[in-house]
Design a protein around this ligand. Structure first.
Ligand code: NAD
Length: 302
């Protein structure tokens, strides 16, 4: 990608800002972000920030002019917010993705778009392959599913180079502590402030936690693959229970916090784990950060 001009939507957010940091190594990088949850100080100083809304065609056209690749990370990433305000969330996640695809079509740019494990809902088989039935359980999941379909459709219908990356539970530095996807951040904050660690339900729910560095590498691979119009799971292929996660956080922080059980979250899914064989075989994706290593880095603030 060296020497290319790229745009990262949502580049002031958690995942987007890490992607921007990696791309600034050799690319001319632009960021489009409305700073609704993102932070200006997360944007790499060498990147050009276009502050604005995804659905604003003017700013989108300015940001995509002459770009080679658009990494589309901007979204309302909160399931809870989508439940509270589904129309606003739909506008950003579904309509916003369509706006990005249209702008990319005008600019003839490749689009690598962030999709989500939420599109599968409660999976019928684990590990989850890309052909798992999609029955989302939240407005967020429905919006991401619509976006995931649009991304594929733009390859099939208009010949645009597009790839959808279906992230599982991403964690790492700069993650905001707002929703279930950030259970790691929540547990770490509780442990570090000496509060009890609150596990919802019995703690047997299993999740595939993937470090943001591996998510960045999947994006870079997707930016150059010749397999376009495809969707790939991006996880580790392993899972850990929420109770095991709580115990690991206690061990690594040395906290004296108790682990306590609180009410289960209604509609919480039981087991989620990615089958990553398609990404491995077709993109050459290989996760490299173990949960222990990723958590240790978070604890020591490296
Ligand atoms: P984030 O909230 O940190 O980043 C999203 C960014 O988009 C923010 O900087 C925000 O300001 C920006 N944004 C929101 N609405 C916008 C709009 N209308 N116009 C312009 N910018 C807007 O979230 P994240 O965790 O970094 O998520 C990045 C992507 O990954 C999202 O598409 C999300 O759905 C997806 N994803 C995340 C996870 C996870 O575990 N974090 C899992 C699956 C999928």
């Amino acid at each position: 990608l060296d020497g290319r001009t790229v745009l990262v939507t949502g580049g002031a957010g958690f995942i987007g800002s890490h992607l921007v940091d990696a791309l600034c190594e050799g690319c001319d990088v632009r960021v489009l972000d409305d700073l609704s949850t993102g932070r200006r100080d997360h944007v790499h100083p060498e990147a050009t920030l276009f502050e604005g809304d995804l659905c604003d065609e003017g700013v989108l056209d300015a940001a995509t002019e002459d770009v080679d690749v658009v990494f589309h990370e901007a979204a309302n990433a909160s399931v809870a917010r989508s439940v509270a305000a589904p129309r606003a969330s739909h506008r950003t996640n579904a309509t916003g993705t369509l706006a990005v695809l249209e702008a990319a079509r005008r600019a003839d740019a490749r689009v690598v778009a962030a999709s989500s494990t939420a599109i599968y809902g409660d999976p019928t088989t684990v590990p989850v392959t890309e052909s798992e039935p999609t029955t989302p359980l939240s407005p967020y999941g429905v919006e991401k599913l619509a976006a995931d379909h649009y991304v594929r459709l733009y390859a099939d219908l208009y010949g645009l180079d597009t790839v959808a990356l279906r992230y599982f539970n991403v964690y790492g530095p700069r993650q905001a502590c707002t929703d279930y996807s950030s259970v790691i951040t929540t547990f770490l904050e509780q442990a570090c402030s000496g509060q009890p660690i609150t596990v919802e339900g019995d703690g047997d729910q299993r999740r595939d936690f993937v470090h943001v560095r591996d998510v960045v590498s999947a994006n870079l691979l997707a930016a150059t693959t010749d397999r376009v119009g495809e969707a790939y799971n991006v996880g580790t292929g392993d899972s850990v229970s929420v109770a095991e996660l709580a115990a690991l956080v206690v061990e690594l922080t040395g906290a004296r916090s108790d682990v306590v059980s609180v009410d289960p979250r209604p509609g919480d899914i039981t087991v989620s784990r990615a089958d990553i064989s398609k990404a491995r075989a077709e993109l050459g994706y290989e996760p490299s950060v173990s949960l222990r290593e990723g958590l240790t880095q978070l604890v020591v603030g490296d």
